[in-house]
Ligand binder design. Structure first.
Ligand code: MN
Length: 293
């Protein structure tokens, strides 16, 4: 296993640990971006972690919360609250715009936020196609002695997610009981990465991972043995995997493509409000796109 350090970044009002991309590890399967946020407290009456309307192209956003809640709005007309244990999955295709607002009132108002925002690169087959949004309020789980996996995307053990995937992919959250060792079956053709959200885990070759570290496992593995830190709190981590992606990607701001020219075109079209990405009904300010120089 190779271990990488996440980069500290500021997104809106939040500090995040950016686990992907790494300079020498751009993708894990089709996974190309992962920001681990929190846990952090949020002022109830502030805009908090709200992110105003912004575009995406060529990727799917995967939103997963451990604590807190958000309101997703997009240019397809979706308006969807999300809370812990649920999945918001938005395929951008040729273009979509969305906003993520803090729920400002009601029982789902956030006071603590903890979660991970991830992106999946779309293949040539779908990246120029239509946008789509899915919400999954419950997801299948697979249990092993010592832990339980919630499967966001793909299949792990006996559990298969109903969520859309455009390439062979796995995304699962593992919750491991303290002081236990558990064994998880892997798909040999996939590469995998581990991103710890809380607690600490020792991977089968003896390397420990904590929040802020990213473990990368190459292809050719049938199983993964994980030992969770002893104590009172479970260890929580994301297991991301997939077939090595079909092509090198180019990423700029909120777009994924194959060339710099595509990045320039997307930036200019968003800034010109030419209609490619549509309109989001949000009181938050529209975020202008940086244009590649
Ligand atoms: Mn976004």
């Amino acid at each position: 296993m190779e271990v990488y350090a996440s980069k500290d970044r500021v997104v809106g009002a939040a500090r995040v640990r950016r686990a992907l991309p790494q300079r020498t590890r751009r993708t894990v399967g089709a996974w190309c971006f992962a920001d681990h946020l929190g846990p952090m407290s949020v002022e109830p009456e502030s805009q908090g972690l709200g992110i105003g309307p912004h575009p995406h192209a060529g990727l799917a956003t995967v939103t997963w919360l451990v604590e807190g809640s958000l309101l997703h709005k997009d240019s397809l007309g979706s308006e969807q609250p999300i809370t812990a244990g649920q999945l918001n999955l938005m395929h951008a295709g040729h273009g979509i715009a969305h906003a993520e607002e803090q729920l400002s009132s009601g029982p789902r108002r956030a006071t603590t936020m903890h979660g991970i925002q991830m992106w999946v690169a779309q293949p040539d087959l779908t990246r120029h196609g239509a946008a789509g949004f899915e919400h999954h309020g419950t997801l299948p789980q697979h249990e092993e002695p010592g832990g339980v996996a919630t499967v966001l995307l793909g299949t792990l053990g006996a559990a298969s997610s109903p969520a859309r995937t455009d390439t062979p992919l796995l995304g699962a959250e593992l919750v491991l009981q303290p002081g236990t060792t558990s064994t998880w079956g892997l798909t040999r053709a996939y590469e995998h990465a581990l991103v710890v959200l809380s607690g600490s885990v020792v991977v089968d070759d003896g390397v420990a991972l904590v929040p802020g570290a990213v473990g990368h496992l190459g292809t050719g593995r049938d199983e993964l043995v994980l030992s969770a830190l002893a104590g009172t709190e479970p260890t929580r981590l994301m297991l991301l995997g997939g077939e090595p992606f079909e092509a090198p990607i180019v990423m700029h701001w909120n777009y994924v493509g194959r060339s710099r020219a595509e990045m320039v075109e997307a930036s200019e079209q968003w800034n010109a409000e030419d209609g490619r990405f549509g309109r989001v009904d949000s009181a938050l300010a529209r975020i202008p796109s940086p244009v590649p120089v």
